[in-house]
Design a binder for this molecule. Structure first.
Ligand code: IPE
Ligand code: IPE
Ligand code: MG
Length: 252
């Protein structure tokens, strides 16, 4: 797969990817489903449905390109504000996605994970996610991490609460709080920080996504709506990532 894209991009004049600098973790704010549908004269849910196909496409492509962790922002803690019909539809998508794709994900050695607050999810949504997590937990390939009912501020508040409880119980002292200590409490404790953040649909904001974890990530934005995001766009994002110099506050 990667060779096909190397060739395709060479023809477009974009440099080929170097295998030794593939971002280990890519996080994606999959945005623009509604506007994509609107532009086509379709209802918003058709956009979400089409966005689901893009998730499949990009999972396979990222795996083929050598990415190890792929985090997909699927539903934020603020998305409950949307009309009930839309929320209900979005909460059915994990089941539908997994019913169609889980077997192939298993065959591809993908490990499915969820990052978010499970307790607020409808029973049917949670069941599908937990089945996928449990059936893929021993897989050693790409980690496909769904940020579902995820919100960074809530995550940080819960982290502070948890650490405060430990201090209250005498297990920890205030002086012992470190960055590592905080990271262990975050919902992303099973992941390295994202190397690359992609946001589609032309919006230039984080929308409460991984505020701590993105501190030194490279950011890449595109006007393309999520349902039309293809392997070629992913390739382009990685190529741009490889042209950047990450300094982490030091000197290159
Ligand atoms: C992203 O697409 C999917 C979710 C947030 C669930 P949107 O539904 O936000 O699409 P736009 O931004 O309205 O076009
Ligand atoms: C961010 O998109 C959340 C997801 C992609 C799941 P939104 O569409 O909710 O973000 P805002 O409201 O435009 O900031
Ligand atoms: Mg949006």
């Amino acid at each position: 797969m990667i060779e096909r894209f190397q060739k395709w991009m060479r023809n477009k004049g974009v440099p080929t990817l170097s295998d030794d600098n593939i971002p280990r973790h890519i996080a994606v704010i999959m945005d623009g489903n509604g506007r994509w549908a609107n532009r086509k004269g379709l209802p918003r849910f058709a956009g979400h449905h089409s966005g689901m196909k893009a998730v499949k496409r990009i999972t396979i492509a990222a795996d083929a390109m050598g990415v190890k962790y792929l985090t997909m922002y699927a539903f934020s803690t603020e998305n409950w504000k949307r009309p009930k019909e839309e929320v209900d539809f979005l909460m059915k998508l994990p089941q539908e996605f997994l019913a169609i794709e889980l077997q192939e994900l298993i065959d591809k050695n993908v490990q499915v994970r969820m990052m978010g607050y499970k307790e607020d999810l409808p029973e049917h949504t949670l069941r599908a996610i937990e089945e996928a997590e449990s059936k893929t937990k021993n897989n050693t390939g790409l980690v496909l991490n769904f940020a579902l009912n995820y919100g960074s501020r809530r995550e940080l508040a819960e982290t502070v609460k948890e650490i405060a409880k430990r201090i209250e119980s005498g297990e920890l002292s205030a002086e012992q709080i470190t960055e590592e200590q905080i990271e262990r409490q975050l919902l992303s404790s099973h992941l390295p920080d994202p190397d690359l953040l992609i946001r589609t649909s032309g919006e230039l904001r984080l929308s409460n996504f991984m505020l701590w974890q993105l501190a030194y990530s490279e950011l890449w934005f595109t006007d393309v709506y999520w349902p039309e995001f293809t392997e070629a766009h992913l390739y382009e994002a990685i190529a741009e990532y490889q042209r950047r110099t990450r300094r982490y506050g030091g000197l290159s």
